[in-house]
Design a protein around this ligand. Sequence first.
Ligand code: CA
Length: 222
Amino acid sequence: MRILLVEDEKKAATFIERGLKEEYYTVDVVSDGEEGVYMAEVNCYDLIILDLILPKKSGMEVCTELRKKKIETPILMLTARDRTEDKVLGLDAGADDYLTKPFAFEELLARVRALIRRKNSGSSAVLKIDDLELNQITHCVKRAGREIPLTMKEYGLLEYLMLNAGCTVTRTMIFEHVWNESFDTFTNVADVYINYLRNKIDKGFEKQLIHTLRGVGYTLKG
Ligand code: CA
């Protein structure tokens, strides 16, 4: 799952970015509102964490502008203020949730998970396809009851495939949701990681869950 973090306070940004990466999220960080709008327009994020007070454009303006441009990515607004009118304005501007600083990182994570889950219409944190299971809270992956250790990127890719189970997922989609801005786009990284995943998820099992659609992409189905 790929997240855009728009936060101008460097310390806070580093803290949140590090914490999210430890939880296997892919994160892009920008430090002003203009760049926030630009990034949200050109990339496909699963969630935007948006600070309220930002240089160039405020969080409120960013929110309004994105919604006007029909970008419906869930937005979690952050602010140092705890005034009801700010919360109301933020929600009216199109934010999906609100968190007042200082906050416990656990609370931020819980809200991030809830917003991403809501967007993907599932209500359970455990995704299941056939005998394959992925727990979004513990990051534990099992096939036929046996735990399968995955690297962060393999986990991110599998989570994305499972959230889109039965649908065709193109290399571009994989790239946009699982890798971040700084990655070299000219590599065949999606294919490489699909192979890693196949070796861990499908190898040794009679039923293959990851299918290749020649020239199109991949699909995961039971
Ligand atoms: Ca700020």
